[in-house]
Each structure stands twice: as C-alpha cells, then as structure tokens.
Design a protein around this ligand. Structure first.
Ligand code: SF4
Length: 347
C-alpha cells in the first residue's frame, strides 16, 4: 500500500490571478500585448493577451481549432459555459478521485504569484522522493522553456512498468464509450508529448533559475506567505524567500535520480460508468512535435492572425459554441454543403 503524501490546493489562487488581470496597464486591443511591460523588458518577446506563459492544455486545444481558442479569450462568458458543460461531460470527479488515492489535498492561503509558484515547487519537492523510490505520483507539475516560451502543465500520473520504464499516463474521460476519433486524438498525443519534453528538460537540469524568474517576472527576494513557509517546513524545506525555495528545488532536482520518460500512454475511461475503454501508446517524435509547436507559437508571438479549421474539418464548427459569431465559419460557408455536414465524430 502507498502512504498518502500531502499535496496542496491553493484556494485563493484564482482571486490573486484575477486581481493581477485587472491591472490598470493598458493593452493593445489587436495583439493583446501589454504596452508598459513590453517597453520595460524587451529581452523576452511578449505573447498575445498579456500572457507570460502558455499552458499545455491550451496548446492542445489549439490543435482542434486555433480560432476557437482565441474566441475563448475574446468571449469569456461563452467559454465559461462551454467549460462547465465539458466538465459535466468529462468528469473532473474521476480525476480528483484518482488523485486522492495517492495524495491528500491541503488548502493553503496565498498572497502573491510567487506563493502560487512556490506551492507547485513544494508539491514537486514532495513527490520527487516518492517517484525516486518507485512509487506512483499523480498531478505532477511540469514547466520550462520550449521554443523560447515558458510552458507549464500538470502530468496526470507517473509510474514504473514491469520493465522498470517510467510511464507518463494521461487520463481522458469520455462521454462516449469508445476511443476518440483522429482529430481529437491528435490533441491528446500533442499534450503528452509536450509533458515529456518539459519533464525530461527538468530532470536533465535544463531549467535554470533565471528562466523562471525572467519569464514569469517573479521576485527572488520576496518573502513567501506565512502559510506557504509553514507548509514548506512541514515537508522539511526551511526557506523564507521565493529565491531560496527555487534554489532548494533546483538543487534537489539536479541531485535526484529521476530518469526521463520512457513510455507515453493515454488511458480512456467512460464518464457514465467509469469503465475502462482502452489504452493508447503514443510514439514520441521530438522534431515533429517541436515543428507543430513552433507553428502554434507563431500566433502567440503575434506573427500571424489566428486560423480556423481546414475546410475538410468544417464539421467541427457544428460542435462549436462560437459558430454563430465566427468570421472564419462565415467565410467557409460558401463551400459545398457536403463538407459542412456533420461527420460521425467520436467526441
Ligand atoms: Fe473554429 Fe469553426 Fe468554431 Fe470558428 S466555428 S471557432 S472555425 S470550430
């Protein structure tokens, strides 16, 4: 049996991030880029929508339709409704139940962005020894710079198979009791590929202190919140500032015996019955993955306008909450009707 290890849940994180989003600094309406910050720091190219980083799940959504991702930012009310609908369909509860099998969830109050990042680092510091000793860990955060952009995500599960290989598993819950179609599977493969890139770079020591501080614009000398310091001490990390924690994290990682990920696996479960649908092994092709990523990043860097779906995939629009307002959809409405007809899609 596995002993439960504490993992934190940052209840006040959302409030903090919302406050930061309401910053009085104006942004360029077309590019979404914050003007003042750009002028202050030209070392790191700015991203659209004032973003300092991109999440792996957002980039995976981009494989389905880039325009849809952009509408999610421009029309947040529609996106919220869609998110609620998807959560109902795809079972956040199954993910949480799995996480609770190996971790306890402890609420921690945070005050700053540094506190929020600190919580992830503490969680990782606590999970590294478990993983080194061959145990399974779930909800393992990963981050780093890929193709010049700070990416972050959370790996569902890391464990070892009978051959001693490190297996990265992502759980997908599905409304239909079947494996996904090709279009949806594409995003899932892309997602686990990015997780591997990030995890491997971390264990190889390729993520540097200055990467984290500069890209996320964090202050190393800032004292962490009281609850964060206490929580760190509970897991035997005695630090006061964010910089001290970051040093402790990078040192632990560089001294760890963690291997790179050997196997990428997608596990599909049926939402209604929680029954197992199947497992898919994903081949990792780094050069192809990076090429796809570079293509997506061109949009975030402001190098091109967002693209909608290819004409052959116009059926996706009939499933899209932005169908009524989408200019891309309007433009492709001129094409033959047969291409608009909804194909049989495994959603
Ligand atoms: Fe993309 Fe079609 Fe939705 Fe427009 S309507 S955002 S092209 S899926």
């Amino acid at each position: 049996t596995q002993s439960n290890s504490p993992i934190t849940f940052t209840a006040s994180l959302h409030t903090t991030v919302e406050k930061l989003k309401q910053s009085p600094v104006k942004r360029n309406e077309e590019t979404g880029v914050k003007r003042k910050r750009d002028a202050e720091d030209s070392r790191i190219p700015p991203l659209r929508f004032r973003k300092l980083h991109l999440s792996v799940s957002l980039l995976s959504e981009q494989t389905w339709c880039e325009k849809k991702v952009v509408y999610g930012f421009l029309k947040p009310q529609i996106r919220r409704k869609e998110k609620q609908r998807i959560e109902l369909q795809t079972g956040t509860s199954i993910h949480l139940a799995r996480e609770l099998e190996v971790h306890d969830v402890v609420p921690i109050n945070i005050q700053t962005h540094e506190d929020a990042v600190a919580i992830s680092l503490i969680n990782m510091l606590h999970m590294i020894p478990s993983l080194e000793s061959g145990q399974c860990v779930r909800e393992f955060p990963v981050f780093g710079i890929v193709e010049g952009v700070y990416l972050k995500g959370i790996i569902d599960e890391l464990s070892y198979n009978q051959k001693g290989e490190l297996v990265l598993k992502d759980l997908k819950t599905r409304k239909h009791d079947s494996l996904p179609g090709a279009a949806q599977a594409l995003g899932h493969r892309f997602q686990v590929g990015l997780y591997k890139l990030l995890f491997d770079a971390l264990v190889r020591g390729e993520v540097k202190k200055e990467h984290i501080l500069e890209h996320l614009k964090l202050r190393a000398s800032l004292a962490l919140g009281t609850e964060v310091i206490t929580h760190a001490a509970n897991v035997r990390i005695n630090v006061v500032t964010f910089g001290e924690l970051l040093d402790a994290f990078l040192l632990t990682l560089s001294c760890s015996d963690l291997p790179c990920v050997d196997v990428l696996q997608l596990e599909y479960c049926h939402q209604g019955s929680s029954s197992f649908i199947g497992t898919v092994l994903v081949q990792f092709d780094e050069s192809q993955l990076r090429a796809e990523l570079r293509g997506f990043l061109e949009y975030w860097r402001g190098l091109r306008e967002p693209k909608g779906v290819d004409i052959e995939e116009a059926w996706k629009c009939t499933l899209c909450p932005y169908e009524e307002i989408c200019d891309w959809r309007k433009n492709i409405s001129q094409v033959p009707e047969s291409l608009h007809t909804r194909k049989r899609v495994n959603m």
